[in-house]
Design a binder for this molecule. Structure first.
Ligand code: PMV
Length: 357
């Protein structure tokens, strides 16, 4: 076989974070920042995974690989016990990546009598731990690679059936990485575009013909999704009807956003104005839930001074904010905003949301 490249995008939660935990709708879109896997054959039947961005270079020899293939795992959390002593597991994100590889390789190659030696090298434009779905992009690229190597993908370029399979395996990879993921990140990375997501239901591709220009600002303030989700829960326990009202409003915002994405015939300027309204309202509601942070408020102030709308994206408490960049704004004006953010110690990415999976 010939070398091949697989890539998958990161994700941006546009509307509905936190409310989605309580069964409300969220809207997410794919980023034009992607993870790229280059897969090359090797003659020695070994498997090597190289992730230069996070200092991973592991080699599984031809004794280890059949062991991984023959062990049946009932749950991704059991994978740790499987890693052979000969493999030096790094700390941090590299550790998660190696465990995910062991799990997905073991499952996808299971009972397939294939001595396929390969090297997979993954590079990513997505910052790790910023809530932009870097692990899901990696898991989708890795799942697609392993399915391709075992001859399980039928359609060139991944058709609907293939994507369903890729998405299922990438979700298991996310379980290794995050324990109990919602599934939104891997769905966006697999299908691309804009998705409406409700917990426990299959995600709905909004089939939008729009793409959004968005400035993502990483405040570089570390956040704990778990602690922030717990904070909202504690507030809701104290004030159930007040907080439920806020969560219902966020749900209505997601529904309005879905309608805007699916609208045809409206001019872009009208859509952008309505989108800016709901971005501002959604951020205000998240602020009242206690999940903003002074760094995120700084982003909001800097952009509001230029009539631009921003909101936090993901868990909040730091992490990233998004700012809609309307079509009419000059590139130089965006640069001025970027410089102002950088002087605060933030880091910006000019992106387009809604591209392919
Ligand atoms: O931390 P992130 O950016 O992956 O986003 C978390 C989103 C929440 O709604 C706060 C939690 C969740 O599980 O949906």
């Amino acid at each position: 076989w010939s070398p091949f490249v697989v890539s998958a995008p990161g994700k941006l939660i546009l509307f509905g974070e936190h409310a989605v935990v309580y069964g409300k709708a969220a809207i997410a879109g794919s980023l034009d920042m992607r993870a790229y896997a280059l897969v090359t054959p090797r003659a020695d039947n070994k498997a090597r995974m190289v992730l230069p961005d996070i200092d991973v270079d592991v080699l599984f020899d031809s004794h280890t690989l059949p062991l991984l293939q023959s062990t049946s795992l009932s749950h991704p959390s059991e994978v740790e016990a499987l890693v052979p002593d000969s493999i030096n597991i790094p700390e941090g994100p590299g550790r998660t990546a190696v465990l995910t590889f062991v799990y997905l390789y073991g499952c996808i190659f299971a009972e397939r009598d294939r001595n396929t030696g390969f090297t997979i090298c993954v590079r990513s434009l997505l910052p790790v731990g910023a809530g932009l779905g870097s692990s899901a992009a990696f898991n989708v690229a890795l799942s697609a690679t392993l399915l391709q190597l075992t001859g399980q993908l039928r359609e060139e370029g991944a058709g609907a059936g293939d994507r369903k399979l890729i998405n299922q395996w990438a979700f298991h990879g996310e379980q290794v990485a995050h324990g109990t993921p919602s599934g939104i990140d891997n769905s966006v990375a697999t299908y691309g575009g804009f998705l409406k997501y409700v917990k426990g239901e299959p995600s709905v591709n909004l089939e939008s013909s729009h793409a959004l220009r968005v400035l993502i600002t990483n405040t570089n303030v570390p956040k704990s999704t778990k602690a922030l989700v717990a904070g909202v829960r504690a507030l809701r326990d104290q004030h159930p009807s007040v907080v439920d009202g806020i969560l219902d409003s966020i749900h209505s915002i997601s529904i309005s956003a879905a309608a805007l994405f699916q609208s045809v015939g409206e001019d872009e300027a009208y859509l952008e104005r309505r989108m800016q309204d709901i971005i501002r309202i959604n951020h205000g509601l998240l602020f009242t839930l206690g999940v903003s942070h002074r760094s995120l408020e700084r982003v909001r102030e800097i952009t509001a001074a230029r009539d631009l709308a921003s909101k936090l994206t993901g868990a909040g408490g730091g992490g990233c904010a998004l700012t809609l960049i309307p079509g009419g704004i000059a590139g130089d004006d965006v640069e001025v905003v970027v410089r102002e953010m950088e002087s605060e110690g933030f880091c910006c990415y000019q992106t387009v949301v809604g591209g392919g999976g």
